[in-house]
Design a protein around this ligand. Structure first.
Ligand code: KIV
Length: 271
C-alpha cells in the first residue's frame, strides 16, 4: 500500500488559532501558477492574489484598471499551483463599492470561477453593507485598512496613513466593526507601528501588516518586490530577499550571447 502525503490546507480557523497561540502568519502575493507553486512549496500560510497585479503584471501606475475577469484569470492559476496555502483574492476597484448586490455577485464569481478560499476588500464603514452581504453567502472576507491603494486619487500620495488622531481613531473603529460583522482577518497597510499594535490588541481576529511594524499577527509583502524583480519601488518597509531582476537579466544576456556565437544548442542539445 502506498502512503500518500496528504497536505493539510490552511483555513481561516488555522489563522485564528495561530493568533491565539502567538504564532506569526506569513503572507505573500502571487498572480500565476508557477510562482504560486514556489511560494506554496516555500511554506507560506496565505497567498494573496492582490490587485497589485495591475502594477506588477500589467505595468499600470495604479491598481484601479484591473478588471474582475483579469483577477479571476490570475486567481485560477494561483489556485492550481497551491496545495497548502489559503488563497485570498482582492475584489478589484469598481466591483463592490457602494452596491452590495454587485459586491456579492463579484465575490461569488471569484469563488466559483477560481476556486479561491476568501476575498479581500478595501475600506471600513463605507463598504460595510457590501461586506455583510458577501459574508451572508458564506464567503470569508479579509478587510484592508490604512493605505488602501484603490483610493489613491482621494489620498493624493502613497504616504503613511493615520498619523493624525482622528484618522487613527477611525481606523480602530473600522477594525472593531469589521471584526464584529465577521471578517476573519485584516490587512493594515502603511500605518504607524504603534497604531498597528493597538489595533492588533483591540481585536481578536488576526491583523496582517505591510509597513505596519512587527507587533501585529502577521506580515505580507508583494512577491515581486521581496524577490527584487521590481526595481523602482523601494519603500522603507521592504526587505529584499533576492535580486532576481539582475539574475534574470544576466541569464537572458548569456543566452543571447550563446545564440549569437553559435554555442547554443550544442551537440548534446539536439536530436
Ligand atoms: O494588492 C496587494 O498586493 C495588496 C497587498 C499590498 C496587501 O493588497
Amino acid at each position: 500500500m502506498s502512503v500518500s502525503k496528504q497536505v493539510k490546507r490552511i483555513t481561516t480557523h488555522t489563522l485564528q488559532a495561530m493568533k491565539e497561540k502567538g504564532e506569526k502568519i506569513s503572507m505573500l502575493t502571487a498572480y500565476d501558477y508557477s510562482l504560486a507553486s514556489v511560494v506554496d512549496d516555500g511554506g507560506i500560510d496565505v497567498i494573496l492574489v492582490g490587485d497589485s497585479a495591475s502594477n506588477v503584471m500589467a505595468g499600470h501606475e495604479t491598481t484601479l484598471p484591473i478588471t474582475l475577469d483579469q483577477m479571476i484569470y490570475h486567481a485560477q492559476g494561483v489556485v492550481r499551483g497551491t496545495k497548502k496555502a489559503l488563497v485570498v483574492v482582492d475584489l478589484p476597484f469598481g466591483s463592490y463599492q457602494g452596491n452590495s448586490r454587485l459586491a456579492l455577485e463579484s465575490a461569488i464569481r471569484i469563488m466559483k470561477e477560481s476556486g479561491a478560499h476568501a476575498v479581500k476588500l478595501e475600506g471600513g464603514f463605507e463598504i460595510k453593507e457590501s461586506i455583510v452581504r458577501i459574508l451572508t453567502a458564506g464567503i470569508p472576507v479579509m478587510g484592508h485598512l490604512g493605505l488602501t491603494p484603490q483610493s489613491i486619487y482621494k489620498f493624493g500620495t502613497y504616504t503613511v496613513r493615520a498619523k493624525e488622531e482622528a484618522e487613527a481613531q477611525r481606523l480602530l473603529d473600522d477594525a472593531k466593526m469589521l471584526e464584529e460583522i465577521g471578517c476573519f482577518a485584516l490587512v493594515v497597510e502603511k500605518i504607524p507601528a504603534k497604531l498597528a499594535k493597538t489595533a492588533a490588541e483591540a481585536v481578536k481576529i488576526p491583523i496582517i501588516g505591510i509597513g505596519a511594524g512587527g507587533d501585529v499577527d502577521g506580515q505580507v509583502l508583494v512577491l515581486h518586490d521581496m524577490l527584487g524583480i521590481t526595481q523602482e519601488f523601494q519603500p522603507r518597509f521592504l526587505r529584499r530577499y533576492a535580486n532576481l531582476y539582475d539574475d534574470m537579466r544576466t541569464a537572458v544576456n548569456k543566452y543571447v550571447e550563446d545564440v549569437k556565437r553559435r554555442d547554443f544548442p550544442n551537440e548534446s542539445e539536439q536530436y
